[in-house]
Design a protein around this ligand. Structure first.
Ligand SMILES: Cc1cc2nc3c(=O)[nH]c(=O)nc-3n(C[C@H](O)[C@H](O)[C@H](O)COP(=O)(O)O)c2cc1C
Length: 100
């Protein structure tokens, strides 16, 4: 029997220089399976109050080994971590921390 999954309120915060990250973000939102997605462009939009979201997805391009400066500043503002401290092993803990 299929169990009904609860829908989540998710913020996607992104920064895109040439538009590719933005396209990926839109695709993720399209395929969100009915979750409530809000998209924030760090260059244009008012910064979200991320504590009102259950999950957060960060999208940034990389140029010369560096994620966007805006994204780095955003992450620093939310936590005492830098983007390069985050990896697939600790991402869950990071998301919990950012949502606190
Ligand atoms: C000059 C230049 C430098 C880049 N440096 C890196 C890099 O160091 N590491 C990487 O993974 N991708 C690198 N890329 C690829 C970009 O991150 C990739 O094209 C990305 O999708 C661009 O996203 P945007 O269109 O949202 O700005 C580089 C691209 C350019 C044009």
């Amino acid at each position: 029997m299929e169990t009904k999954k609860e829908k989540m309120k998710i913020a996607i915060v992104y920064c895109s220089k040439q538009g590719t990250t933005e396209k990926v973000v839109r695709k993720i939102a399209e395929k969100s399976g009915g979750n409530q997605i809000s998209i924030f462009n760090l260059k244009e939009d008012k910064l979200p109050n991320i504590s009102s979201f259950e999950g957060i997805i960060l999208g940034t391009s990389i140029y010369a080994g560096q994620s966007s400066k805006l994204m780095q500043a955003f992450v620093k503002k939310q936590t005492d971590k830098s983007v390069s401290d985050i990896n697939s092993d600790n991402i869950d803990r990071f998301v919990q921390e950012i949502n606190r």
